[in-house]
Design a protein around this ligand. Structure first.
Ligand SMILES: [Zn+2]
Length: 254
């Protein structure tokens, strides 16, 4: 069945008289995820969350369209991990600027970027684009941070961990290697405490901080945890899409 709110699936016959007011752009990354998860993990996550959330909003009557997912992200810290792709932040700015130009010209003035990859950093880019496109309402959602992960998962982590393994077990089980292949996702911490505590930041050279490219032990991951987490996220983001389409974005503050 063709979903009318998914741009990649719909067609000119449906679209020539369409009138969307919110466009959603999922943006992921292509990179190693421990030994056992697919390189497109972040792409599958962003796409599935955008599509399900779009469905929820569409069924409430929101005129939302989900654009095709951008598959490459900022991977400046993974230069020596084989076939990890990298788009520089300045390239991302240019890509996003071109996409916003189309939307602005065609009168779709509300926009959500749905990000699933930690290395992508949208706030400075969206701040700058906001100056260039004063008619556009631009926003970003970190789609894996919508709910508190501690309510769903037992072991902390931030890459190819229990959370991501559970999600992919739910979304693409056929692409997850069997459990004996899962690495421990053990992270080597910076010797300078400020960086480990998180109040100072420096790029983490991936191959120096993890053996298997994972950060966070995936051992307790299950399909059921992934499904619950996914559904909660999509419920909240679906409501957000609906709220944005309903809102007068010129008059948001009470
Ligand atoms: Zn990921």
């Amino acid at each position: 069945m063709i979903r009318p709110y998914i741009l990649a699936e719909t067609n000119w016959k449906h679209l020539k008289d369409a009138n969307f007011n919110l466009a959603v752009l999922p943006w992921g990354a292509t990179e190693a995820h421990n030994f056992h998860l697919p390189y497109a993990t972040d792409v599958f996550e962003a796409t599935a969350i955008a599509e399900k959330s779009g469905e929820i909003a569409w069924k409430k009557g929101a005129k939302v369209v989900i654009l095709p997912t951008i598959p490459f992200g900022v991977n400046t810290g993974q230069t020596d991990i084989y076939l990890d792709m990298n788009l520089n932040p300045s390239t991302q700015f240019l890509i996003l600027k071109d996409i916003i130009t189309v939307l602005d010209r065609q009168g779709i003035h509300k926009f959500v970027l749905l990000n699933s990859h930690g290395g992508n950093n949208w706030k400075p880019i969206i701040r700058e684009l906001g100056l260039l496109f004063p008619k556009m309402f631009l926003s970003v959602v970190e789609c894996l941070k919508v709910v508190n992960r501690n309510d769903f998962f037992d072991i902390p982590g931030d890459h190819a961990d229990e959370m991501e393994t559970s999600l992919i077990l739910h979304l693409k089980p056929e692409l997850v290697l069997s459990k004996e292949n899962w690495g421990e996702g053990k992270e080597r911490k910076n010797k300078i405490k400020a960086f480990t505590q998180g109040w100072a930041w420096t790029e983490r050279p991936w191959s120096k901080i993890t053996e298997d490219t994972g950060i966070g032990n995936p051992n307790a991951a299950t399909k059921e945890k992934g499904e619950r987490f996914f559904n909660e996220i999509c419920k909240k983001i679906g409501q957000l899409f609906f709220d944005i389409t309903e809102a007068n974005t010129e008059n948001l503050y009470e």
